[in-house]
Design a binder for this molecule. Structure first.
Ligand SMILES: CC(C)(COP(=O)(O)OP(=O)(O)OC[C@H]1O[C@@H](n2cnc3c(N)ncnc32)[C@H](O)[C@@H]1OP(=O)(O)O)[C@@H](O)C(=O)NCCC(=O)NCCS
Length: 170
């Protein structure tokens, strides 16, 4: 039996963006240091470290191949959530999501790619904020359905997506 779960949500209006207290939202930046690539890789590592079904380690080459080299990649389609810098404490990346496209031209479909929230920052509305931001961008681009793939064994993610209105889709 396949453990991959394909989900979709239809958009009937432009999603409003909820607030998540104590954090700020921005797009990926190529400026460095600090490098958003390294910070995102570390976020991904920590987010999946305790999952029973883990993910393969990624380095900068993987990020280049799986993100930067894709024809759908745009820095404006990766959103990062971070804590504000304070005095000597630098900001910390606590969540991220990427909007990918499957298919070409008129047949392209928006797909949620690598939604991740740091374990200590979960259940504070960051996942909801990231998804609403991605969905609003899909709406602005003229799409009325958003798709994603997850794993049956990532129970947190399955319950989260269900709560946001995502349903199984072939
Ligand atoms: C799935 C994930 C992104 C959710 O992020 P989050 O910031 O905790 O989500 P939110 O706080 O916005 O939760 C929104 C709602 O989803 C539901 N939800 C979220 N996590 C849940 C959980 N562990 N169990 C049950 N419901 C959950 C709740 O209804 C929640 O609302 P509430 O807290 O008011 O009850 C996060 O758990 C995560 O990063 N998991 C590991 C990575 C992963 O699996 N990513 C998806 C890959 S496809």
């Amino acid at each position: 039996m396949s453990t991959v779960l394909q989900l979709a949500r239809c958009l009937d209006s432009r999603p409003s963006i909820p607030k998540a207290p104590g954090v700020a939202l921005r797009n990926f930046s190529h400026a460095e240091p600090p490098s958003d690539i390294d910070r995102w890789l570390e976020l991904r590592r920590q987010a999946f470290a305790r999952e029973r079904l883990g993910v393969r380690h990624w380095d900068r080459d993987d990020f280049e191949r799986e993100m930067l080299a894709k024809d759908w990649w745009l820095p404006d389609r990766m959103w990062l959530v971070e804590t504000p810098a304070q005095d000597d404490t630098p900001s910390r990346l606590v969540g991220a999501v990427t909007l990918a496209m499957r298919g070409k031209g008129e047949k392209s479909v928006p797909v949620v790619h690598w939604l991740i929230v740091l374990p200590a920052w979960r259940r504070r509305g960051i996942g909801r904020l990231l998804m609403a931001t991605l969905e609003a961008e899909c709406w602005n681009l003229g799409f009325r359905q958003v798709r994603l793939e997850t794993h049956l064994r990532w129970q947190r993610a399955v319950q989260f997506y269900e709560r946001l209105g995502y349903r199984p889709s072939p």
